[in-house]
Design a protein around this ligand. Sequence first.
Ligand code: AMP
Ligand code: GLY
Length: 441
Amino acid sequence: MKILLVGNGGREHAIAEALIRSSHKPDLYVFANKVNPGIKALSKRYYAGTDLSDFEELKHFVDEVRPDFAFVGPDNPIADGIVDLLESFGVPSVAPAQAPARLESSKYFTRELLEKHFIPGNPRFRQFDSEGGVMSFLQELGDDYVVKADGLAFGKGVKVSGDHLRNHEEALKFVRECLGGGQSSVVIEEKLYGVEFSLMAFADGRHLAFMPVVQDHKRAYEGDEGPNTGGMGSYSDVNHSMPFLTDQELDQAKQISQAVLLAVREETGQEFKGILYGGFMACRDGVKLIEYNARFGDPEAMNVLPILETDFVEVCQAVIKGTLDELEVRFAPKATVCLYVVPEGYPDDSMAHEPLEIGEMPDGVQLFYSSVNEEGGEIMTSGSRSLGIVGIGDSIEEARLRAVDGVDQVKGKIFYRKDIGSLDLLNKRIQMMEKLRAARL
Ligand code: AMP
Ligand code: GLY
């Protein structure tokens, strides 16, 4: 069996590792834009081209390899239509086609979909394709507003009042920047208060198989301070929920995703196949939707894939065939903590081209390579996140201590967030939710 894997980050290393574990013993053919030493070591062939959305290069690679199916990791090639292209070569994908993938590539598409299909979870929102009406809507929202570029914007497309925007004038300026910078529209919405969590599911077009809930940490420094990053680390719990979530809240999120899956099919005439990743916020008035992604989260994939007990290749085949309802997708009852090791100065002023010395990982710890370069047998940092280190245990605390032991094996000009998965941080989230629930009507 031949599997084409597109992408080269920590997320894709976790995907590669889970595929290789399969009893089907697949050969991995990787289409990447730089070499990830961890993925390369697992692959039969590794093609490092120029750009994941360079479909000419991809076409040649696929012509030679003739894979049985493809797994596409990152958002950009999905939004650019890689799945439709692969389909035209007769290669099915574990990733959605361009039209259903609009769930991620257009914020407005998703907000409107929820509204049109009476799916709960939207904050108040409006779309603007010019400045007209922006100020009056901001005034309606008062102090709590979020401005979002409609399309993908490399994580720079969302600004939140209080965090990045001090007043309506700054919000209007950001609207202008988006519209002048190639975005066809912006969405302005009410700012929500609560605790965020990621709920990912395998989707076969009609059925979902949910994965353990994960909480990511986007800010660079401890205590959720500092600039936003791609994600500094994440944890999941033994019961596959979160210590701060009630069963009812988790169910609300699941119901939103299930309804969205069917609504997307109705709206686009195409089925969403792949990974449906809901970014939710548990709020005073229940669970709200922040956004959908049409792919695995990075780091979240590194939490869930190492504890996936069902054969991953069989899960992929069920996604493609539309038979997820016939397969039991099981995860081990374990907690996980993923700590991202990043270069000193990350994200604004990363110490790139610095050597990393990586020792043996202890038992219960997995190492995933992210953005590093191998030069003359040495592993070097780049400008981005270097290594994802995942501890697995019978409690979040045990998993965290293991992950920390793993990080201790790495020497170099690096740092990581020591508070991820800590009892202190968990208690803060639990207390915040208790306060919000107490304020419920
Ligand atoms: P997104 O790209 O939509 O996930 O937005 C990035 C981040 O902005 C999210 O992880 C949230 O922390 C924040 N955010 C987005 N929308 C809202 C909202 N309506 N209320 C509060 N925070 C938000
Ligand atoms: N962990 C956030 C993301 O993958 O978008």
